[in-house]
Design a protein around this ligand. Structure first.
Ligand SMILES: Nc1ncnc2c1ncn2[C@@H]1O[C@H](COP(=O)(O)OP(=O)(O)OP(=O)(O)O)[C@@H](O)[C@H]1O
Ligand SMILES: [Mg+2]
Length: 451
């Protein structure tokens, strides 16, 4: 019998204070494609677990200096995922049962029935394979999710925070203006979570009409009302053991808020027409472009729900506050649209770039993406020209001078800050802003900045 489905041998570690016994186990297991590395000391055994790729550990409960249970606890602290089988002799069976509580995979009695041990190891090997398949599937999905492009320090900090939160199973509230990337962040948060191999369930709260609401969220049982000809699974139930993304949460009516709060508090739902409650385990991500604190003051949003949703808060800054992202985002969207349209579009003119850097982007990243999409459709050249941009963006060129002054001020601020950051090294500053040195000199002259 072989425990492996492929040609690789399985790597395990045995910790038992009887050396002769360890050696005989090693020899017997090697006949079944299992490499058994052993140690007669707990400390040395722990070190063995840390080297190479160990797939399971076998530990004697009676280890002499340290009890097998203490060793099990130590292993679970260092390698919580490692399956551990406890070996028990006569008289320690109660301790073995107890070891399950501390996370042992199973226990096996001495004298060991070899067939039973092989079956246990085969199960562990299959579970490990499934785990690997799941993680590579997850990596694949993650690679397919659109990337979050940014060079901005605040966004980089949010990304770091997001990656930690993904492992935490806490409700996360994502706020930011229209088109700042709230849904994109929610997708990444979900994909990086242990539930990320499943598709996140999304509810647009603004689209939930009162009449449809109970049905949509909680589902109904067959016969709950006229027309309910079959059972219907609601969104909360669909999201069991998964992530539920409550988008546009600020647009939800107060009565819906009360219902959602109840589900979050009790972690259970009741289908329309049913007397039974169903336990649910759902991870919540909520997003809004509204200021919930203002809505609370106006009595339009429940404060208790706000605090329940906001165990962690990701605040995405608007694009105009992170202008260093404009050029990398432009390059990213250009590359994707030129691929999609099969037109080799490689860049934008410096005039377009100046306009992009000066514009206030009320629609944020989505507006930039749409603008580039539009211009890619319009152009017949390999670079995008000013006349190919949408009218909204072009209109800032014709604004009265005092309003244009406001945009220029923000560009001036960026240049001053960048110069300070690079200790007035103009080449570095120009490279960072993705403009030529001569464009930078022109701008320094125009804004009266002393370099
Ligand atoms: N940092 C980024 N890098 C790459 N693409 C981005 C980034 N931020 C946003 N996008 C893209 O911009 C578009 C808008 O993003 P998204 O839908 O996540 O924004 P939103 O905040 O949910 O918007 P709304 O408030 O309108 O719901 C999407 O196509 C998204 O992929
Ligand atoms: Mg959105």
């Amino acid at each position: 019998m072989s425990v492996q489905s492929d040609e690789r041998s399985m790597q395990i570690v045995l910790i038992d204070d009887n050396e002769a016994y360890c050696e005989s186990m090693r020899q017997s297991l090697s006949l079944h494609q299992i490499d058994c590395h052993y140690s007669t000391h707990a400390e040395e055994g722990l070190a063995l677990l840390g080297t190479g790729h160990c797939e399971a550990a076998l530990i004697d409960i009676m280890l002499g200096s340290i009890s097998g249970i203490d060793l099990l606890k130590e292993i679970k602290r260092k390698k919580p995922e490692l399956p551990v089988i406890m070996i028990t002799g006569y008289g320690t069976i109660e301790t073995a049962v107890e070891s399950i509580k501390y996370g042992a995979f199973d226990y096996i009695q001495k004298p060991i029935r070899f067939e039973k041990l092989l079956r246990l190891l085969a199960t562990i090997s299959r579970l490990n394979e499934l785990d690997n398949e799941r993680s590579s599937l997850k990596e694949k999905v993650l690679r397919q999710a659109p990337p979050i492009i940014s060079k901005n320090k605040a966004i980089e900090a949010l990304l770091l925070q997001m990656k930690k939160l993904a492992l935490a199973n806490l409700p996360v509230l994502i706020t930011g203006e229209n088109g700042t990337g709230k849904e994109l962040f929610a997708q990444h948060l979900h994909l990086r979570s242990p539930r990320g191999h499943r598709e996140m369930v999304t509810v647009n709260c603004a689209a939930l009409t009162e009449g449809l609401l109970d049905n949509e969220l909680f589902g109904h049982e067959k016969g709950a009302y006229t027309g309910a000809v079959s059972d219907h699974v609601g969104l909360f139930e669909k999201a069991h053991n998964n992530t539920l993304f409550l988008d546009e949460i600020g647009d939800m009516s107060l009565s819906t808020q009360a219902k959602i709060l109840r589900v979050l508090q009790n972690q259970e739902i009741r289908k329309v027409g049913s007397s039974k409650t169903i336990k649910i385990d759902v991870n919540i991500i909520a997003a809004t472009n509204k200021n919930l604190e203002t809505l609370i003051e106006q009595g339009k949003f429940r404060e208790d729900l706000y605090y329940r949703l906001k165990a962690a808060h990701l605040k995405i800054p608007p694009l105009r506050d992170r202008r260093e992202d404009i050029v990398p985002l432009t390059e990213y969207f250009l590359a994707s649209y030129s691929k999609e349209h099969k037109k080799p579009i490689t860049g934008i003119t410096s005039e377009v770039q100046d306009l992009f850097l000066a514009y206030h982007w009320p629609g944020n990243v989505r507006e930039l993406r749409n603008c580039i999409h539009y211009a890619c459709t319009m152009t017949s050249d390999s670079i995008l020209h000013i006349q190919e941009l949408p009218a909204d963006i072009l209109s800032i060129r014709n604004l009265p001078s005092e309003r244009q002054g406001a945009f220029e001020l923000s560009e001036k601020e960026i240049i001053v800050k960048t110069l300070q950051r690079f200790h007035y090294n103009k080449s570095k500053c120009a490279r960072h802003l993705h403009i030529s040195r001569s464009t930078l000199y022109n701008k320094l002259l125009r804004y009266g900045i002393e370099g």
